[in-house]
Design a protein around this ligand. Structure first.
Ligand code: NAD
Length: 296
């Protein structure tokens, strides 16, 4: 058997088109474009690439992109002052502080300072609490993108056995909450889980968010299961080259699974599209412009 490949690029394009279609309504109602403000502290090259691609995607959707660049020696107080100023600015819809931050700055303090209603990354403890209690809020982009792909692929998720491997605050835990919200029976596996292959074998849905190249093996997978691979790992490809692989041994697992996301081209493209979705929703909500609950 060969699995259906879940095309994250196509799913992301579809979502971005739906976002772009909603922008003009906001502009008409609010008299300005919806926007995303990204704060980048320091010169980490990977962060600079992410921030640039977020800006390009934001503008491609017809939204306003602002990037505030601060020097690597910025103090925590200076960054907190900036966040408070952005919170107070009604023309700022969504705020994203690019992580990681330089070591003199406490990331948790900065996340906690962002207005939860502008927290388009969904990392604020208030948004984590809203997700856990089923209240509307902002959900971290990567797991929300995974959920969207799962629902497109499978329809209703109710009653299915889901195993999430990884328990980080940005992927594993919110992913588990989202699946629980869809009435799956959810297991969260992690580095201390005993007999991980046996746990994963129960799953109709496997979400791997570990950061270990090709860890999940074909004989861990129940035939026909849907496998979402969040991992992004750069490995040596010989001759001085590298390549990207996920947390799942794609070639072997795709012979057993019913559907699987590739790396690259699976979860990654959806993450930025969901960020735009969160920024647009923040704009609608904060400007008091009505948006149908199922609009996006
Ligand atoms: P993390 O390091 O914060 O968490 C990893 C989790 O894996 C931990 O909870 C740990 O308990 C678990 N773990 C570690 N070793 C394990 C083992 N041997 N068995 C079972 N569980 C184990 O990582 P993260 O931020 O959640 O990211 C996970 C992966 O997803 C990384 O490869 C990251 O690059 C990738 N990622 C991709 C996107 C995307 O847009 N595609 C977004 C975020 C993260």
């Amino acid at each position: 058997m060969s699995a259906t490949i879940i095309d994250g690029k196509a799913a992301a394009q579809d979502l971005r088109a739906r976002i772009a279609a909603l922008v003009p309504d906001f502009v008409t109602a609010a008299g300005r474009k919806p926007g995303l403000t990204v704060v980048l502290v320091g010169e980490d090259p990977a962060s600079a690439v992410y921030v640039r691609s977020k800006g390009v995607a934001t503008e491609a959707a017809g939204m306003k992109s602002d990037t505030i660049r601060l020097p690597a020696e910025t103090t925590q107080d200076e960054l907190l002052d900036l966040v408070r100023a952005l919170n107070a600015d009604d023309s700022v819809d969504g705020i994203l502080v690019q992580l990681p931050l330089p070591k003199q700055i406490d990331e948790n303090a900065v996340i906690a300072a962002i207005d939860p209603d502008k927290d388009v990354d969904g990392f604020h403890p208030v948004n984590a609490g809203r997700l856990a209690t089923g209240l509307p809020g902002f959900v971290p982009c990567t797991p929300l993108g995974c959920l969207m792909m799962l629902k497109t692929q499978l329809g209703t998720l109710a009653g299915r056995e889901a195993v999430v491997i990884g328990r980080s605050n940005i992927v594993g835990k919110p992913m588990a909450q989202l699946l629980l919200g869809e009435s799956c029976t959810v297991t969260i596996a992690h580095s201390k889980t005993r007999d991980l292959p046996a746990v994963v074998r129960r799953a109709d849905i496997v979400v791997a968010a570990v950061g270990r190249p090709e860890m999940v093996q074909a004989d861990w997978i129940k035939p026909g299961a849907t496998v979402i691979d969040v991992g992004i790992n750069r490995i040596d490809a010989g001759e001085g080259k590298t390549r990207l692989v996920g947390d799942v041994a794609f070639d072997a697992v795709s012979q057993v699974a019913g559907a699987i996301t590739p790396v690259p081209g699976g979860v990654g493209p959806m993450t930025i599209a969901v960020l735009l979705r969160n920024a647009l929703v923040a704009a609608y909500r904060n400007a008091g412009v009505p948006l149908a609950p199922d609009a996006i």
